[in-house]
Design a binder for this molecule. Structure first.
Ligand code: ACK
Length: 342
């Protein structure tokens, strides 16, 4: 029915540099799914030259996938081949393209996405969910006053913060201020690399950063083809967040995506890090967000961020993209803060 029909009817070309023998890949549980397709856990025998079995993540299509989705997965795979390897991105490990469904094999990140990771590491009994998730005026515009703590505080919210951390489970690593700065630095390193490869992410947020072994952070989904002409401003993530809240004004209003619009999103990601997974502009509907941004409103300094860190965050939210720092610059600044921090 379209120019894409050939893809499902004809074989994919063999790329010997990346082809991994299907019979050495054991597909396991589903890790998640998106509009694009499925992400499965897998075991790949001998994918790193030696004969060890390596836990991997496998991207594949859903049963009812369209030709366009097939094209998008192929594009993502080819994009990952072109971009090449970096410690702070989810790297391509191989693919199965012959005699069966397309499997794109990438690094597996055992600690999940950064937003959930941060939320699950909030100190027990702290009022984090109070200051971040339930306080209305995170920015200063409305007549709403004070925080929702106290009488309006939802019962059980503090307990909920550490779901699944019952007795007998390994205690969570305690996050230090230095850890948070290191996360900021690692994401900047990954983005610096992607920007150097002319790759614009377009959806940089803590939910799209994964936490790997040894707490190495890796940017995910940088190779996705995003349909920007049909962008749905009201689309929510599975946990009810609005991706528009990470978007630079020029991306939002004029669909102008550059590495500098990624820098804006990076600023929101910094805010997420220093609120341990907070929800930006909570309870602000999309229409109000448009007006807030037009009127120059910005989020306030999160309690866990130093003045220095907030000034970096804020510089990412400069109205004029040219006045925002580059990822290069951000790496330099964060490196300085990291080496001078205890
Ligand atoms: O946010 P999550 O728990 O982490 O749910 C999503 C889901 O699959 C759909 O993207 C998870 N996921 C994606 N890629 C990987 C990966 N390389 N390693 C571990 N989990 C992954 C992601």
């Amino acid at each position: 029915s379209s120019e894409f029909t050939e893809v499902s009817e004809y074989d994919l070309p063999l790329d010997t540099k990346w082809e991994f023998p299907r019979e050495r890949l054991v597909i396991g549980d589903r890790l998640g799914e998106g509009a694009f397709g499925l992400v499965m856990k897998g075991e790949a025998l001998g994918i790193f030259k030696d004969n060890n079995s390596v836990t991997v993540a496998v991207k594949r299509l859903k049963e009812d996938a369209t030709d366009r989705e097939m094209m998008d997965l192929i594009r993502e795979m080819e994009m990952m081949k072109l971009i090449g390897k970096h410690k702070n991105i989810i790297n391509l490990l191989g693919c199965c393209t012959q005699r069966g469904p397309l499997f794109v094999i990438v690094e597996f990140a055992p600690h999940g996405n950064l937003r959930d990771f941060l939320k699950s590491h909030r100190p027990l009994g702290s009022n984090f969910s109070c200051i971040v998730d339930y306080e209305r005026p995170v920015f200063t515009n409305s007549n709403g006053s004070g925080s929702a703590c106290g009488s309006g505080f939802p019962p059980g919210a503090v307990v909920d913060m550490r779901q699944g951390q019952g007795q007998g489970e390994t205690p969570l690593k305690t996050l230090t201020p230095k850890d948070l700065i290191s996360y900021a630095y690692q994401v900047a390193r990954g983005m610096e690399y992607l920007a150097s490869k002319q790759c614009i992410h377009r959806d940089l947020a803590a939910r799209n950063v994964l936490v790997s072994d040894e707490y190495v952070l890796k940017i995910a989904d940088f190779g996705l083809t995003r349909n920007l002409t049909q962008f749905d401003y009201y689309r929510k993530t599975t946990d009810g967040r609005l991706p528009v809240k990470w978007m630079a004004p020029e991306a939002l209003f004029d669909r102008k995506y550059t590495s500098k619009s990624d820098v804006w999103s990076y600023g929101v990601l910094l805010w997420e890090i220093f609120t341990l997974g907070g929800n930006p502009y909570p309870s602000v509907p999309v229409e109000d967000l448009f007006n807030l941004l037009r009127n120059g409103h910005r989020m306030k300094k999160p309690p866990y961020a130093s003045t220095e860190m907030f000034s970096i965050m804020h510089s990412c939210w400069q109205e004029d993209p040219n006045n925002r720092p580059s990822f290069n610059r951000l790496v330099q600044e964060l490196d300085k803060i990291l080496t001078s921090s205890l």
